[in-house]
Design a protein around this ligand. Structure first.
Ligand code: ADP
Ligand code: MG
Length: 459
């Protein structure tokens, strides 16, 4: 690496600062916002930085401002500020040029242009879980209204309830209902797009990075029905909020249906832009409550039937009494109990089930403190760092692994984990989901987690 002389050129300075930033921000942030930049020169005491679009300017100035200032000051060995300018004409290589050409061509007035080059009538069923249909949805007092609203939307989209906003706690059937609407309308050849807010955000970031925002918009706006899941993840993501707002307006103006799910009512989405919140509030808002005993039994029966599990009513009753929080855990407990007895060739009686459920709680549940210890020791980070606001990958991954293990092995609730790690429960949920997903594809991470568990359970 070149050393910085006492008066570095703008290029040298920015290059050194980028090296610094690469270590302090997440890889995604770096690749998206910082990598495409270059130094333009000095303006008096300011370093001028060029970026290809206004999103980048906003992001660097507002989100990364402090980091960037620190990095250039450190590189310049004196306090230094910067300004970002949008350099629109910078050619970005043949790949991008090709894409832009294609985009230009697709921009004509052809009816309902193909969103991504795929046939215009593609039905995105691959994104839907086959199990999540209306037929498989058990209706009880706790979800009757949500079910009725979802059915009404599925029967005649974009007429009465637009947007439809479904909210409720984790594992209570929000995704199931969104997807049921999707299945129903897709089978009637509506163009349906189901997307989690997280995927939407990632897609948006990707589109900005590759300068294909137009494709992105076509993809999300040129459908008849947009099902946007877990909208609470918009909190703190101004840029995505902005895009959702415009998507929303475009869809509404074109008389297309939007269905949204969220873990809380719109009024409680406080840090969200008011104009976006008021859009949500303009539609029909329905909630799903935790299921009562009767419904929990009904759900267990239907799950047992669907999976061809022979389980007596007594045992189903027992599970329904023991597991009250949500439907996902209810199904999980049933599968556990059946799975264990199949392994041990025991018959599934109430005492056996009781024992398994008890052991399940006692088996594990290491304290949150023990988990924190194991994770920090394994990843060689300090507890202070883990609890700090730092967002470098070196810290974020261990932090999210801690969330995941606290939930999975520590049996802690989201608020409990949040308290232990000084995060709000949405962040915790996000962390858990991220690690759950990452494990599928990332073998290294999977092995890390196994190693930590070995430390936890066989110290
Ligand atoms: P959420 O999105 O609210 O967190 P999900 O829709 O993922 O919850 O539901 C969790 C699990 O419970 C899924 O397997 C879903 O199919 C099942 N489920 C939820 N509600 C019902 C219901 N009323 N009837 C049958 N299964 C349900
Ligand atoms: Mg869900």
């Amino acid at each position: 690496m070149s050393t910085i002389s006492s008066s570095p050129t703008p290029d040298e300075l920015w290059h050194a600062a980028l090296g610094d930033l690469e270590l302090t921000v997440t890889a995604a942030t770096y690749d998206t916002w910082l990598k495409p930049t270059h130094a333009l020169g000095f303006d008096g005491d300011l370093l001028l930085i060029g970026t290809p679009n206004t999103y980048g300017k906003d992001w660097i100035e507002n989100r990364l401002g402090a980091d960037v200032r620190r990095a250039i000051s450190r590189s310049a060995c004196r306090p230094m500020d910067f300004r970002v300018e949008v350099i629109t004409s910078s050619p970005n290589g043949a790949g991008d040029a090709g894409r832009m050409g294609a985009r230009g061509a697709g921009n004509g007035s052809a009816p309902r242009p193909s969103p991504t080059g795929a046939p215009a009538l593609t039905i995105e069923r691959a994104e839907l879980n086959a199990k999540c249909t209306f037929t498989n949805f058990i209706v009880g007092d706790s979800n009757r209204l949500a079910y009725a609203a979802a059915s009404a939307v599925a029967e005649s989209p974009a007429t009465r309830f637009n947007p439809l906003f479904i909210y409720g706690g984790v594992g209570l059937g929000k995704t199931h209902l969104l997807q049921a609407i999707g299945h129903h309308l897709a089978s009637r050849r509506y163009r349906v797009r189901y997307v989690t807010t997280e995927t939407f955000t990632n897609d948006l970031v990707g589109a900005i990075r590759s300068q294909t925002q137009e494709d992105f918009r076509n993809r999300y706006r040129h459908v008849d029905v947009l099902l946007l899941d877990d909208i609470q993840f918009l909190i703190g993501k101004e840029m995505t909020q902005e895009e959702v707002f415009h998507t929303f307006n475009a869809m509404h103006a074109a008389n297309r249906q939007i269905v949204i799910s969220c873990d809380r009512r719109p009024q409680a989405l406080m840090p969200l832009e008011a104009r976006l919140r008021s859009r949500f509030e303009a539609g029909l808002i329905v909630d799903i409550q935790p299921p009562d005993l009767e419904m929990r039994i009904a759900i267990l029966k239907s799950t047992a039937e669907a999976r061809h599990l022979a389980v007596s009513d007594d045992v189903l009753q027992l599970i329904a009494h023991r597991v009250q929080s949500n439907i996902r855990e209810l199904e999980g407990a049933l599968v556990q109990v059946v799975g264990r007895t199949q392994l041990t060739h025991e018959s599934l009686t109430v005492p056996v089930a009781q024992r398994i459920l008890d052991a399940d709680v006692a088996r594990t549940a290491p304290s949150l403190d023990a988990i924190l210890q194991a994770v920090t020791a394994y990843f060689r980070v300090s507890t202070e760092e883990l609890l700090s606001a730092k967002r470098s990958q070196r810290i974020v991954v261990p932090r999210q692994v801690a969330m995941y293990l606290m939930r999975d092995d520590g049996r802690a609730s989201l608020p409990q984990i949040g308290l232990a790690l000084r995060r709000d429960h949405t962040t915790v949920l996000h962390g858990i989901e991220r690690i759950t997903q990452l494990q599928e594809t990332n073998e290294v991470l999977r092995k890390d987690i196994i190693s930590i568990r070995q430390r936890l359970f066989h110290p």
